[in-house]
Design a protein around this ligand. Structure first.
Ligand SMILES: Nc1ncnc2c1ncn2[C@@H]1O[C@H](COP(=O)(O)OP(=O)(O)OP(=O)(O)O)[C@@H](O)[C@H]1O
Ligand SMILES: [Mg+2]
Length: 279
């Protein structure tokens, strides 16, 4: 992946998001248990935790993609800029990159971005502006060289998995969202591409975007790109705060290790709920 540049990414409107007392239950199964958190404009927050800990469920609830039903009980408070929102009504304001993409196999990355921009930018946006934005975004994501190759799918060989992931990111960021959620944007990427991908999110945050993403096993280099992180275990918040504060937080609980991050994720979070953090 080529190095990313966002020199011409325009500054977006600042929006902070905050949530508390988020509970999500399916039948008797508790999926999110009193979850709280905050991401400010200009920050990138990583949600981490073992598989099944509730990372995607939290993103879905915050983005209004999980609605309460007879079996699914969802409650809690979500505020944008200190004003309570109904996430289902607010979902159109949140750009969301799903864990599994929904790209058309017979389109190319350039067409996917053009389509997204034409549909989602304000009506009347000149074609010239759309095309410039598409080219800039393709370049930012290192997709210029495969811009006209079919995306492909199960039956058609197309662009690589990493290029596909970056195309899904491009489809969302082309509208310059203030709030951007991503479910595992680095899964399937090599370490250099993963670093570039999170670095791009950092640059978007540098232009005022508020970014929240789930991530599995980031390298230390990638991990320390994030401003804040949240560790979930069985739907409980075990840590939420600055990435640089983790060592102090866990050592205050008598847990020290030279391999802090790997150790916490693979052993502590897998075996203990005693690390629950009060909201
Ligand atoms: N609609 C649902 N009905 C029943 N169980 C559900 C539902 N949605 C989520 N779950 C369960 O909730 C738990 C959390 O799921 P979730 O997808 O949020 O985990 P995750 O942390 O994103 O995992 P992964 O890292 O594997 O993506 C899992 O045990 C999952 O099976
Ligand atoms: Mg998930």
């Amino acid at each position: 992946m080529t190095s990313l540049s966002t020199s011409d990414t325009s500054v977006v409107q600042k929006q902070d998001i905050e949530w508390n007392a988020i509970n999500f239950k399916v039948g008797n199964k508790v999926i999110l248990n009193d979850v709280w958190g905050k991401v400010s404009s200009g920050q990138v927050c990583a949600i981490m935790g073992p598989s099944g800990s509730g990372k995607s469920s939290l993103l879905n609830v915050l983005a209004g993609r999980s609605a309460p039903t007879i079996t699914n009980k969802i409650s809690g408070n979500i505020m944008v800029d200190n004003k309570p929102i109904n996430p289902v009504d607010y979902r159109k304001n949140i750009a969301y990159v799903m864990q599994d993409d929904a790209l058309m196999a017979t389109s190319t990355p350039r067409e996917a971005l053009q389509f997204s921009a034409a549909l989602r930018l304000p009506k009347g946006t000149p074609l010239k502006v759309i095309n410039e934005l598409v080219e800039t975004t393709l370049s930012e994501l290192g997709l210029t060289e495969c811009a006209d190759v079919l995306i492909g799918g199960a039956l058609i060989k197309g662009i690589s998995g990493g290029q596909r992931k970056r195309t899904s990111v491009g489809v969302e960021i082309i509208t310059k969202p203030s709030l951007l959620f991503l479910d595992e944007p680095t899964s399937g990427l090599d370490s250099f591409s993963a670093y570039n991908c999170i670095n791009l999110l950092k640059k978007l945050a540098g232009n005022n975007a508020t970014v929240l993403c789930t991530i599995h096993q980031p390298s230390s280099e990638v991990f320390f790109l994030f401003d804040t992180c949240m560790f979930l275990k069985d739907g409980l918040v075990c840590y939420h705060g600055p990435v640089k504060g983790i060592a102090e937080h866990f050592s205050s609980k008598g847990i020290t290790t030279t391999h802090q991050l790997t150790y916490l994720l693979t052993h502590l979070l897998a075996n203990s709920s005693r690390l629950r953090m009060p909201s």
